[in-house]
Design a binder for this molecule. Structure first.
Ligand SMILES: O=c1ccn([C@H]2C[C@H](O)[C@@H](COP(=O)(O)OP(=O)(O)OP(=O)(O)O)O2)c(=O)[nH]1
Ligand SMILES: [Mg+2]
Length: 154
């Protein structure tokens, strides 16, 4: 472990539909995301354009001040056009339900998700919460109200 590496401990519960489910796991020494696996009884076929909320069989207890982001795996995306529809999915620290992955098949062929397939990756990130306060005016800037490609125009 290097000096800057931080870890947090996250309790994971196996649910009834995930009694053999593997815990999320990092596939390399420096991986940012821990792979999440499909907890399924059999293959799940995703037709082109179809989406499915795929169970992981797991529930987690995130520490206060952290979230779990559910992100796509690039391999699935480049090979099959399968991605996470609501990417990055947000798992709140007070959520105790099953972690699920909303996959969508944006490819042109049906794709079969097999039990135990690594379908997404979970990145644990610190959360900054805001105190939103009503303001009459906002400070001036060079950008001002320009956005949505404004800096690319001449
Ligand atoms: O990809 C996801 C996204 C969400 N969730 C779970 C955990 C999260 O804490 C909860 C709510 O998610 P979100 O806030 O994105 O959904 P919402 O539509 O705002 O529902 P809610 O009203 O329950 O917050 O659903 C997942 O398991 N996977
Ligand atoms: Mg919400």
């Amino acid at each position: 472990m290097t000096m800057n590496e931080q870890t947090v401990q996250i309790g994971v519960r196996r649910l009834e539909n995930g009694l053999d489910a593997e815990l999320p796991s990092y596939s390399s020494a420096g991986a940012a995301g821990a792979d999440l696996r499909a907890s399924l009884d059999g293959p799940l076929e995703l037709a082109p354009g179809e989406r499915a909320l795929v169970p992981t069989g797991l529930a987690v207890e995130l520490p206060d001040g952290f979230e779990m982001q559910i992100r796509p795996r690039s391999g699935l995306a480049v090979r099959h056009g399968v991605t996470v529809l609501n990417s990055p999915g947000t798992v709140d620290s007070d959520y105790r339900g099953e972690v699920k992955v909303l996959l969508v098949n944006l490819g042109e062929e049906p794709v079969a998700i097999e039990p135990g397939d690594r379908i997404a990756q979970a990145v644990i990130a610190p959360v900054t919460r805001a105190v939103f306060t009503l303001a009459e005016t906002l400070s001036d800037t060079t950008r001002g109200t320009g956005g949505f490609g404004s800096t690319g125009r001449r």
